[in-house]
Ligand binder design. Structure first.
Ligand code: UD1
Ligand code: CA
Length: 477
């Protein structure tokens, strides 16, 4: 067994490095339904550029406390779990969603009962803030710990404070947070423009004993995490608000319009980064590129186009407008023409694809292969230099190098119960409008006559033909 490494020495006066040695944990609140999204999908699974909102928040937190980022789930828990199988073991269940205060209580109880126990500091983040960035959280946590705050939170100044919790101040000092719907000018004074972003850092030892004091005596009938601010102040604890102006990266997503705006902000930022890095993006305002997509310098993309997931586009490859790619790997100098769909597929160097081609999961094109208009591939391999240029379905098929698949060729891979494979050898030639009834093998160099229905193997270099002979007769009548 490998020896455990000693923890790295902490430079003096660097609170964060101390935190990284296990004093910090994080919880993402993701148990709510998100009723204002009008969707049956749990809000945190709604996507921005085809990646779930929760994934962004997890990614932002991971570098701060690897392995100690927990996600509180409830509404649609099974779906959320299933979307993040790699996080199994880091979910905390909140059976009933009784409010964010109850969410914190549930999380702390679970952490107390865990093998490691609760961490010294707990960073809490609402799961509906997808634009959060690690550096913001690191800076905030650093300062909160450095100031020895018992309760710290991030606040923003907004012209429109909307449904956010409002920060109350007495003079310069924070006095509390009141939810928009509970705000009452006669009680709370004139409305300011400082709101609670929903990002908190708690010193667990100081806060734990305050939780039983929360009450649901508000308009929502929920336990509010935000009430802890006033309770902590009344107990003489140290409360600090980290004021971060108008930073849109901290805005929560509560409505379809807010989701759309956040997605657009993210999209524009990603496009800008690729442009800065030297990728040629034409009509960039209409390019939607997922956060994990890799574009090599020298790639050439024209909008409108959507490229998502773990797609990689190598140098010299061109993608014309109106294409949608998901988890597509494209080697160098590929030419993808307009209106192609490519999903979970690989395209080798110098291939030509489309226009109007559809590569479904498991499609592989070796180098120099061509797929033309109205050709669909699924779980199929097209060998180097092979061509299927028109109106073809290749399902569960293996096509050898330099084979030619004529227009209208169909691999009949499904017999109503099972899928079967078709194998076509190198340099075989399949005449137009042929049906290859799988399982079936066409040997290398074999020829299939146009219009044939082939259900028995055609050996190497032979001609397979099932057509009835043409008759020439006197014209009737
Ligand atoms: C919350 C804050 C508000 C702040 C805003 C920032 C409270 C009471 N209010 O309001 O001050 O301005 O965020 O975006 O916290 N959740 C659970 N379990 C529950 C309830 C909620 O996990 O029992 C989760 C939700 O899924 C969501 C997050 O907590 O991800 C915040 O809840 P939400 O209802 O969206 O609170 P807001 O009304 O936005
Ligand atoms: Ca919210």
């Amino acid at each position: 067994m490998a020896e455990a490494k000693p923890p790295p020495a902490s430079p003096k006066g660097d609170p964060m490095s101390a935190l990284c040695q296990g004093r910090l944990g994080a919880v993402i609140f993701a148990a709510g339904q998100g009723t204002r999204m009008y969707s049956s999908t749990p809000k945190v699974l709604l996507t921005l550029l085809e990646k779930p909102m929760l994934g962004y928040v997890q990614d932002a937190l991971d570098p701060l406390c690897p392995g100690r980022v927990y996600t509180l789930i409830g509404f649609g828990a099974a779906k959320v779990r299933a979307a993040f199988p790699e996080r199994e073991g880091c979910f905390i269940m909140q059976e009933r969603q009784l409010g964010t205060g109850h969410a914190l209580l549930t999380a702390l109880n679970a952490l107390d009962a865990s093998d490691d126990g609760a961490p010294e500091y707990l960073l809490v983040v609402n799961g509906d803030t997808p634009l959060l960035e690690t550096e913001i959280l690191r800076d905030f946590t650093d300062k909160a710990v450095g100031r020895e705050s018992d309760l710290a939170f991030i606040s923003l100044s907004l012209r429109e404070t909307g449904a956010f919790g409002l920060v109350l101040r007495r003079g310069e000092e924070v006095a509390g947070i009141v939810e928009a719907r509970d705000f009452d000018e006669t009680r709370h004074g004139p409305k300011g423009n400082e709101i609670n972003a929903g990002v908190y850092c708690f010193r667990v030892g100081a806060i734990r004993s305050l939780l039983p004091l929360l009450s649901a005596g508000n308009k929502s009938g929920e336990l509010y995490i935000t009430d802890l601010v006033e309770i902590a102040l009344n107990r003489g604890l140290k409360v600090w608000a980290d004021k971060r102006g108008e930073d849109a990266r901290l805005l929560g997503v509560n409505t379809p319009a807010e989701l759309s705006r956040s997605e657009e902000r993210l999209r524009a930022g990603i496009v800008e980064r690729h442009l800065e890095a030297g990728v040629l993006l034409r009509n960039p305002g209409m390019l939607r590129i997922g956060p994990e997509v890799v574009l090599e310098r020298g790639a050439d993309l024209t909008g409108p186009c959507e490229i998502y997931g773990a797609s990689r586009i190598a140098a010299g490859t061109r993608i014309a407008s109106h294409c949608r790619l998901l988890n597509a790997v494209l080697e160098r100098d590929v030419d993808v023409r307009s209106f192609c769909h490519v999903e979970d597929a690989r395209i080798g160097a110098r291939c030509v694809v489309g226009p109007y081609a559809r590569l479904r999961p498991g499609a592989v094109m070796e180098e120099d292969a061509h797929v033309g208009n109205f050709v669909e591939m699924k779980k199929s391999r097209l060998g180097a230099g092979a061509k299927a240029n028109h109106l073809t379905y290749l399902g569960d098929a293996e096509v050898g190098a330099k084979a030619n698949i004529g227009a209208g060729t169909i691999t009949c891979n499904y017999d109503g119960k099972n899928k079967h494979r078709t194998r076509i050898g190198e340099e075989a030639f399949i005449g137009s409008n042929s049906s290859l009834v799988a399982p079936v093998n066409i040997g290398a160099g074999a020829l299939v006559g146009a219009g044939s229905v082939i259900s028995r193997d055609v050996p190497e270099n032979k001609l397979g033909l099932t057509r009835a002979q043409q008759l020439t007769l006197p014209k009737p009548g």
